[in-house]
Design a protein around this ligand. Structure first.
Ligand code: TGC
Ligand code: FAD
Length: 389
């Protein structure tokens, strides 16, 4: 039996999804087609995150979607991945917003927070009424967070926080920042609220990447933090790194969406573009390049689906996430760059999606651990030797 394969799903990943997972995918896909894609070119050009989308994604239940209770949807990991994939098919900026809110802010409050912190923040964050950001990276070097300079000292019942964080998604629009700092008792997470005296933020302007996303710096000058705002459940680097595992997992799916958007664009364009008397799509070289994109998307889909199933069984190893983050980001970036080239001069216009995805993916391959970091995580797993130092 020969039926036509879906060019975006050559291995029929869809048939591996439960009815609930397929419904989540379709709902988010429709939303992205109707409400996100039409405005992303202009948002990117204007260097502006379309803030009204926060309410829309909240109403769809996409914020903290993996959390059980606290007004969150309690979806499984594969559903969270599919959400990331469909959102990033629109733009990495919107997926970033959802990743940060869900995996880097709501997750640590859920996993390491007190009951009072969970009650206070999680329902509000799920509804999009409170926005969060996650401060780990510092100006002097993000790949090695164990060398962080931001520190906090006990002062009576409070803590005094000093330092700075750099390249922080949502920095200037956040109501609360989950900030990781060194203390005499290990690395702790602090919920820093936007009006706390001594806390300041600054937007990073003139980005060529993730223009439809807010990125900024956080500054702490003797910020007095009550003990009630310290996450009680973790006191080591494992805290922030475990959050990264959640977010990196979502990114492995997200970049598939960006790559699909690029392949979709060149499949249509090369049918219409007539050169040397025939459609560009009929040349061997162009077919090989698009076949290669499809092969890499399919490989990425299989990795992410398998990863999601392992995660849902509670058997995920951070090394497995590193391998997929490395593979899928590299694949998506190469696909976007090649799609840009296949469009010729038109490829430099924002009217076609590849250059926007390509520029966004330059950030995505860097944040949440650079490609080198993930390669060295896999290298360490294979050899038992830590090559970072
Ligand atoms: P190392 O000694 O290996 O580990 C310290 C402790 O942490 C544990 N661990 C992890 N746990 C959960 N998930 C992971 N991915 C983990 N990696 C390590 C580890 O088992 C150990 O536990 P224990 O109990 O023995 O203490 O730490 P290291 O200092 O050697 O660092 C290793 C390295 C380089 C892999 C790590 O520092 C790293 O991942 N660096 C990259 C930093 C990074 O990714 N920063 C991202 C910042 S956030 C961001 O970019 C958000 S963008 C979001 C958006 O907009 O979408
Ligand atoms: P560096 O760590 O200085 O690395 C520079 C280069 O050195 C890289 O190529 C790296 O791979 C290489 N390198 C590092 N170590 C080694 C080694 N041992 N051997 C060989 N090469 C090495 N951070 C947050 O905490 N929260 C956020 O919300 C957040 N959002 C972001 C949003 C955007 C748009 C961007 C661009 C970044 C964001 N980041 C965030 C920061 C991001 O996580 C860091 O940029 C990233 O971890 C890399 O850190 P760095 O930029 O300081 O580069």
């Amino acid at each position: 039996m020969s039926t036509k394969l879906d060019p975006m799903d050559i291995y029929d990943i869809r048939s591996e999804l439960s009815d609930d997972e397929a419904m989540v995918k379709d709902t988010v896909a429709r939303y992205v087609d109707d409400k996100v894609i039409p405005l992303m070119q202009s948002a990117f050009e204007q260097h502006e995150f379309p803030r009204h989308l926060i309410q829309e994604v909240a109403e769809l239940g996409l914020l903290g979607s993996s959390i059980d209770g606290y007004d969150c949807a309690g979806l499984n990991s594969v559903s969270y991945g599919l959400i990331c994939q469909e959102l990033e098919r629109g733009d990495s900026g919107l997926r970033s917003f959802v990743s940060v809110q869900s995996s880097l802010v709501m997750f640590p409050i859920y996993a390491y927070g007190s009951e009072e912190q969970k009650q206070r923040w999680l329902p509000a964050m799920a509804k999009g009424e409170a926005i969060g950001c996650f401060g780990l990276t510092e100006p002097h070097g993000g790949s090695d967070p164990s060398n962080m300079k931001t520190h906090a000292k006990r002062d009576g019942d409070d803590w005094i926080l000093n330092g700075a964080k750099m390249w922080i998604t949502n920095a200037t629009i956040a109501d609360a920042a989950v900030v990781w700092a060194k203390t005499d008792e290990g690395i702790k997470g602090f919920i820093v609220e936007k009006d706390m005296p001594g806390f300041d933020t600054q937007e990073i302007e003139n980005k060529f990447s993730l223009r439809a996303s807010v990125t900024g710096a956080l500054f702490f000058n003797n910020v007095r933090i009550p003990e009630a705002n310290v996450l009680p459940g973790v006191s080591s680097l494992k805290g922030p790194l475990s959050c990264l595992t959640q977010a990196r997992y979502g990114i492995t799916w997200g970049v598939i969406g960006a790559a699909q958007a690029c392949l979709n664009e060149v499949l249509a364009y090369t049918q219409e573009r007539i050169l040397f008397g025939k459609p560009l799509a009929s040349t061997q070289t162009i077919q090989i390049r698009m076949a290669d994109m499809s092969r890499r998307i399919t490989t990425a889909q299989l990795l992410s689906l398998r990863l999601g199933r392992i995660k849902d069984k509670g058997q995920l190893s951070p090394t497995q996430v590193s391998m997929a983050k490395w593979n899928n980001c590299r694949a998506a970036l190469d696909i976007a760059r090649d799609a840009r080239d296949i469009l010729g001069g038109a490829g430099i216009s924002a009217e076609f999606v590849p250059i926007r995805h390509m520029l966004n993916l330059e950030s995505v391959i860097t944040y949440e651990g650079t490609e080198t970091v993930h390669q060295l995580v896999v290298g360490k797993e294979l050899t038992g030797i830590n090559a970072f130092g």
